[in-house]
Design a protein around this ligand. Structure first.
Ligand SMILES: [Mg+2]
Length: 136
């Protein structure tokens, strides 16, 4: 038995002792969304999107753990073995993306599209600055 299955069993036992297993799945989904939002906030802060609010890796680590815990809770609520589901997903990904060369080609195309888009935004911003300067 792997650690994830052990963790899932611990969460279910922990929740049952407290009656928290009776929380409806819809409410668990809301808690999960809240935790995913906290992950996003930590990532934005770590990416210096919000320079006045620095984050720490410890904060992101904690929020990731919170989010995974609510995924684990949803899994046990529906009798799903998350470890088994992840193993099936690993096999699906390895079959679907077997070619490393194709994967590299895909990331190159993605980065090229991003660069094209960012260049377009940069040109647009420069044009607006020029227009503003002319108006003054
Ligand atoms: Mg949290």
């Amino acid at each position: 038995m792997g650690y994830l299955r052990e963790y899932q069993e611990w969460v279910e036992r922990f929740d049952r002792e407290r009656g928290w297993d009776l929380v409806p799945a819809t409410a668990t989904c809301t808690h999960l969304a809240e935790e995913v939002g906290e992950v996003a906030r930590a990532v934005l802060r770590l990416s210096e999107y919000k320079r006045d609010e620095p984050a720490s890796l410890d904060e992101l680590k904690q929020e990731l753990a919170d989010a995974v815990t609510f995924l684990v809770k949803l899994a046990y609520s529906f009798g799903i073995d998350l470890e088994e589901a992840l193993e099936q997903n690993r096999q699906k990904c390895e079959a679907r993306y077997a070619s490393v060369k194709a994967g590299r080609h895909e990331i190159e195309r993605f980065l090229d599209r991003e660069l094209t888009e960012l260049s377009r935004f940069r040109r647009e911003l420069d044009e607006r600055r020029s227009d503003d300067a002319r108006k003054r």
